[in-house]
Design a protein around this ligand. Structure first.
Ligand code: F6R
Length: 617
């Protein structure tokens, strides 16, 4: 989704901006732009498409702009107006130039008002373009940067992170934030602003995190932070873990493939982070409330993180006996939810910035709920607002389609489930030891799913599925959640209509889709404790009877029992318990989506229309 980078005081600001924007590429975007001030004039260069196009277009400017010290840049993910050069940021008025993340909800009203001045020209279809005109209007009235910024922001409804430069003040970047993330980078005689710390990682590891309705004037050797009443505010300077965040493909063709292969290591690191296997003890961060008093859990998330939450429901309910409700954040935030004191609210998010999940968290906080967030990004907005944070230790996830973050989230939810079961004496210390050992053994089983034979088989099936126009996945219990998540991965990467259905629900409607052309992936792990295997296979028979083409995902015993009735087979190891069932079969399903997308020549790491971090509603 949209990204902001700005710098003041730098020797080559264009290089800083291009480098920062490239770091944000993984978030998904459709156009990019940059503005610098040269001899009291704006130089604005924008391009639709990849940053490399913008970089090439800037080459002739490099020499001419060598004395500039200030620049702002942006990657845009279209919301208001199609992806195009005109709609790309920065947007500008006569004296003010702005890059913006978020959505200005009342932009049409603001625009009508501004257009009363017939001399104003609007050049784009965006909501953002009202901002430079609005700020300039207040600047003319007040002749004061702080007042112009705060008064303009007071008129805006919606979410925003802004970086603004001014023709008449070529030494300052003004910034403002409400609902969208923004950090200030503190350097030596040069300072920065960005929507994500990664963008600045090559330049500084010292950051200031702005809170909602805070503003700043950033100069090369001074940063002034203030609130809407212009009172100065002190904000701590945080030191980030590592100055140079290395983000590379490590020899893999795509980030997504690398991240799929990283999963056994991520699982191991998460286990090492929270479990001592020597004495089977669990060490989660301190809970500032009494977990024993929790009677119910509500998990809120979006997309893949929502599916991790659904898997968490099955795992927590089975292992700890606590009732778990799961909701999609975009629904939850507008629900009249009956909050109660014995409820624990868990927010699951890779980025920790997803607009709907963040709004839901704030809604729960306003209602005095106990808030636990499970996030991958340490200093994210969700992490800062939560009572307790359990980090998934997946490392940066760059592929837009989530893979390792999903399995890391399920791992953390599983550890939490075992911890809760222990606290309420639902399991004995011996049973806890067995559960933790099974979790620790999951990494080895994941690795088996990534060996050359498996990959060859997956590629063969992918070649077949690349010709298909539809695809169904079915499963029961937590394998049903794997079916949902697998279908989402398939849709995202292949642009083919794939659906995950609870196997038992198939005959209540969706079975009408089954004919000879319909491939159906049946996820049916087989083990002695899994009473649902037979039932899933009955549903597979119903598909078979109608000519559907079955791809069966099961262990050797399961595959043998259904031998002739499946067109393709994917063998998974024997699984011990629900946690392994949630974590193992998803690996070949991620690979399948990946290889079908490759056969279709799609951009695997940045599928069309998608953004890594969805910071608008
Ligand atoms: C799908 C995917 C998305 C995210 C969703 C939530 O592969 O990545 O569905 O899971 O946008 O994002 P986070 O986890 O950052 O809140």
């Amino acid at each position: 989704m949209c990204g902001i980078v700005g710098v003041v005081g730098a020797k080559s600001p264009i290089n800083v901006i291009i480098d920062g924007l490239k770091k944000l590429e993984y978030r998904g975007y459709d156009s990019a732009g940059i503005a610098v001030i040269n001899d009291k004039n704006f130089v604005i260069v924008k391009e639709e498409g990849k940053i490399i196009k913008l970089e090439n277009k800037l080459k002739p400017w490099q020499k001419k702009l060598r004395n500039c010290e200030i620049a702002i840049g942006h990657t845009r993910w279209a919301t208001h107006g199609k992806p195009s050069k005109e709609n790309a940021h920065p947007h500008y008025s006569n004296k003010v130039c702005v890059v913006h993340n978020g959505i200005i909800e009342n932009y049409d009203k603001l625009k009508i008002n501004l257009q009363k001045d017939k001399s104003l020209k609007f050049l784009s279809e965006t909501d953002t373009e009202v901002l430079p005109h609005l700020i300039e209007k207040h600047l003319i009235k007040t002749n004061d940067l702080k007042q112009a910024l705060t008064q303009a922001c007071a008129e805006i409804h919606g979410t925003f992170a802004l970086a603004v430069i001014f023709k008449d003040h070529p030494d300052v970047i003004a910034v403002a934030k409400r609902g969208s993330p923004l950090v200030i980078g503190v350097g030596e005689k040069e300072n920065y602003v960005a929507s994500d710390f990664y963008a600045l990682a090559n330049y500084t590891n010292k950051i200031i995190i702005l809170e909602d309705d805070e503003f700043a004037l950033i100069k090369s050797s001074e940063i002034e932070i203030f609130n809407k009443n212009h009172h100065q505010i002190e904000r701590p300077i945080k030191t980030m873990e590592s100055q140079k965040v290395k983000i590379g493909k490590d020899g893999y063709d795509h980030f997504m493939l690398k991240e799929i292969f990283e999963q056994p290591r991520v699982l191991e690191e998460t286990i090492q982070g929270y479990i001592n296997l020597a004495d089977s003890s669990i060490h989660l961060p301190n809970f500032i409330f009494d977990l024993n008093k929790i009677k119910k859990i509500t998990i809120i998330a979006c997309g893949t993180s929502y599916y991790a939450g659904l898997a968490g429901k099955y795992i927590i309910e089975e292992i700890s006996g606590i009732n778990v409700e799961v909701d999609i954040a975009s629904e939850f935030r507008y629900r009249h939810y009956p909050f109660s004191d014995d409820n624990l609210m868990i927010f699951v998010s890779q980025s920790g910035e997803t607009a709907d999940t963040l709004a839901s968290l704030k809604y729960a906080k306003q209602n005095n709920q106990k808030i636990l967030s499970i996030v991958n990004v340490a200093h994210s907005s969700m992490a800062q607002l939560s009572d307790v944070v359990i980090r998934t230790l997946a490392g940066p996830e760059i592929g837009v389609a989530s893979t390792k973050a999903y399995t890391a989230q399920i791992t953390v939810l599983s550890i939490l489930a075992i911890h809760l079961a222990n606290l309420r004496q639902k399991i004995s210390p011996k049973e806890q030891g067995v559960l933790l050992k099974d979790l620790a053994n999951t990494g080895t089983k994941m690795t088996q799913m990534l060996d050359d034979n498996e990959i060859r088989n997956i590629k063969k099936i992918a070649y077949y599925l690349a010709k298909s126009k539809n695809l169904l996945y079915i499963g029961r219990s937590v394998s049903q959640i794997t079916a949902f998540e697998s279908a989402l991965k398939f849709r995202e990467l292949t642009y083919v209509n794939a659906q995950g259905i609870s196997a038992g629900e198939l005959k209540h409607g969706t079975i009408a889709l089954i004919d000879k052309k319909m491939p159906v992936i049946v996820i049916a792990p087989h083990n002695s404790k899994n009473e649902l295997f037979e039932k899933t296979m009955s549903n597979a028979q119903e598909v078979n009877a109608r000519g559907g083409k079955i791809i069966l995902v099961s262990s050797k015993k399961g595959l043998t029992s259904f031998n002739k009735n499946s067109k393709y087979k994917i063998e998974i190891p024997e699984l011990n318990g629900i946690i392994q069932e949630a974590l193992i079969p998803i690996i070949p399903m991620q690979l399948l989506a990946y290889y079908v997308a490759l056969f279709k020549n799609h951009d695997v790491d940045q599928p069309r229309n998608l953004a890594k971090s969805v910071t608008v509603e």
